[in-house]
Design a protein around this ligand. Structure first.
Ligand code: TMP
Ligand code: ASP
Length: 254
């Protein structure tokens, strides 16, 4: 196997040098973590499914004019993406109370929020991704006010579009996390959607039963974790034929 330069290894993905300058190969692992790495496990086939799910969602978003880093899927576990300068902010959009919001404010899970709420977290494993405000972000120079405005506007569009898309397949988009990057083209800088959109970073509940079909099944030991990711892919109409066939290790792209 030809060796490729590993640029970065995260908890669920690996980034390799891409085939052309300005590109990277994003490899999806089956590794799952929760509570900032305190809980670790493997969700068999997750990488294959998240690669497909993220490809599908990023492609649909691109069609409605949301700029993303996604270029194309290369194989079962890899996709080609544009190399961007990641903005160290995790932007969470919430439609229904769940997770840390329910805990922080004592609002029962499942309570609809009066309007969509946006939260920011500073991306730092050492600091446990602390929640931050616009003031911290701009004062510490993590993003300029204009960058933040663009990120918020894009996130609200993503929320509206994906809420409708998931509703159409019987799923409620409870909340999700997005990451953005700066893409330089000539002298111009654009903010684009980066990372992935998958049941790893969305909460998706069945509309009728409220069954959780996302990483909360792993976080909360609810069982049927693999099945939940498969069900989301199945409803999106993108379950790989023959199920989530495992691919052993990263495959080399020429
Ligand atoms: P939270 O309720 O735990 O704050 O999570 C809000 C949403 O963000 C949920 O859809 C899961 C996602 N998320 C991530 O993708 N990465 C993270 O590190 C955390 C804490 C949440
Ligand atoms: N992604 C985070 C972690 O690895 C937290 C989470 O998703 O719950 O710990």
């Amino acid at each position: 196997m030809t060796r490729r330069r590993r640029i970065y290894e995260g908890k669920a993905k690996v980034l390799f040098e891409g085939p052309e300058p300005g590109t990277l190969v994003q490899y999806f692992k089956d590794d799952a973590t929760a509570f900032n790495n305190q809980k670790k496990g493997i969700i068999t086939g997750k990488g294959v499914l998240n690669n497909r799910i993220s490809e599908y969602l990023m492609s649909r978003l691109s069609e409605i004019g949301v700029p993303t880093h996604f270029v194309r899927r290369l194989n079962m576990r890899e996709q080609l993406v544009r190399e961007v300068e990641i903005i160290p902010i995790e932007l969470v959009v919430r439609n229904v109370a769940a997770g840390s919001l329910s805990k922080r404010f004592g609002i029962p899970e499942g309570t609809p929020l009066p309007r969509s709420i946006i939260e920011y977290y500073y991306k730092s494993d050492e600091l446990n991704d602390p929640m931050v405000t616009e003031e911290h972000i701009t004062a510490f120079g993590w993003a300029a006010p204009q960058d933040l405005d663009d990120m918020v506007a894009l996130s609200l569009r993503v929320n509206d579009y994906l809420s409708g898309l998931f509703l159409g397949i019987g799923l409620r988009l409870v909340d999700f996390k997005l990451e953005f990057g700066r893409l330089w083209e000539n002298e111009e800088m654009r903010i684009v959607l980066a990372d992935e959109i998958s049941p790893d970073n969305c909460r998706l509940w069945d509309i009728k039963t409220n069954e959780k079909l996302d990483k909360d099944r792993f976080r909360q030991d609810l069982g049927k974790v693999e099945e939940a990711y498969q069900e989301v892919a199945r409803r999106l109409g993108i379950l790989p034929e023959g199920g989530p066939v495992d691919v052993k290790g990263p495959k080399t792209v020429q």
